[in-house]
Design a protein around this ligand. Structure first.
Ligand code: OAD
Length: 248
């Protein structure tokens, strides 16, 4: 079966990299951006979360951001079987690192240590002036109480520590992600529509010298480069792969 093939690829590889997207967190109750029930284009307009909007109207940005947070982060969100399988494969010495486009921190909550956050982390805020990063809950509470936009002790405006449309990715994370994709003998792209560059180009980079596996419910741009495409739910496929890897 396909799962056995993927397990063999992963087992035989010296370096295994993983790229994850919103699809690994849908089973935790966090909606995806595109695909069925995606929030872009229905509930929310991506233009409202553009860097230009933040610069022009930080208070309005924060108001919309609180709504987005409520939609994206229902109370009691927990890692699911897909996050746990990846953490398990890392602690078993099989997966080297997870590159994620997600900003929910659930890979770390599941126990993954080597996580490369390409799009930042929504549970943190960063000061636009002094650069200090801190937990987002206090800033969110103040914003919800009408303190808009929330500011840092230094007086600078706080911004969610995520990559907005119109912003560059954090250089170190991007460098580490590309390096991992180049070094990987097996690379899994899971739960991502692979539409937003530069993250979306990592699977093609990995496929140049390694074996690419795509696990996603819908088609992706990298399917034709993949050695195996699993049109499956990540919460079924990843635990099944992990189980097979351990059996051998
Ligand atoms: P998308 O919402 O574009 O894609 C998620 C993919 O996961 C879709 O193709 C779904 O079919 C698939 N999917 C959903 N649930 C799944 C499941 N249980 N098992 C398998 N597949 C499933 O999300 P991303 O590709 O992560 O950018 O989006 C990339 C970036 O676009 C995000 O990081 C965000 C957004 O604008 C920033 O925040 C900068």
């Amino acid at each position: 079966r396909e799962i056995a093939r993927v397990a063999a690829l992963v087992r035989d590889a010296e370096t295994v990299g993983v790229l994850t997207g919103a699809g690994v967190s849908t089973a935790s109750g966090i909606p995806s951006f595109r695909g069925e029930d995606g929030i872009w284009g229905s509930e929310f307009d991506p233009q409202d979360f553009h860097r230009r909007r933040f610069d022009r109207d930080p208070a309005g940005f924060w108001r919309d951001r609180l709504d987005l947070h409520d939609a994206m982060r229902p109370d009691g969100v927990e890692p699911n079987a897909a996050h746990r399988a990846l953490a398990d494969l890392e602690s078993a010495g099989v997966v080297d690192a997870v590159v994620t486009q997600n900003t929910d921190g659930l890979h770390q909550d599941a126990g993954s240590d080597r996580v490369i956050e390409l799009h930042g982390n929504a549970e943190r805020v960063a000061c636009e002036d002094c650069g200090r990063r801190s937990d987002a809950s206090d800033a969110r509470r103040r914003a919800a109480d009408g303190d808009l936009p929330p500011t840092c002790e230094c007086g600078g405006v706080l911004k969610p520590d995520v990559v907005l449309f119109g912003e560059q990715l954090p250089p170190k994370a991007l460098h580490d992600a590309r390096d991992l994709a180049e070094r990987s003998d097996a690379f899994l792209a899971v739960g991502s529509s692979l539409t937003v560059d530069p993250a979306a180009s990592l699977p093609a980079t990995a496929a140049r010298d390694g074996s690419l596996v795509v696990v996603n419910l819908d088609e992706t741009r990298a399917d034709d480069r993949a050695e195996v495409v699993l049109r499956a739910d990540v919460t079924d496929a990843l635990p099944a792969i992990a189980e097979r890897v351990h059996e051998a």
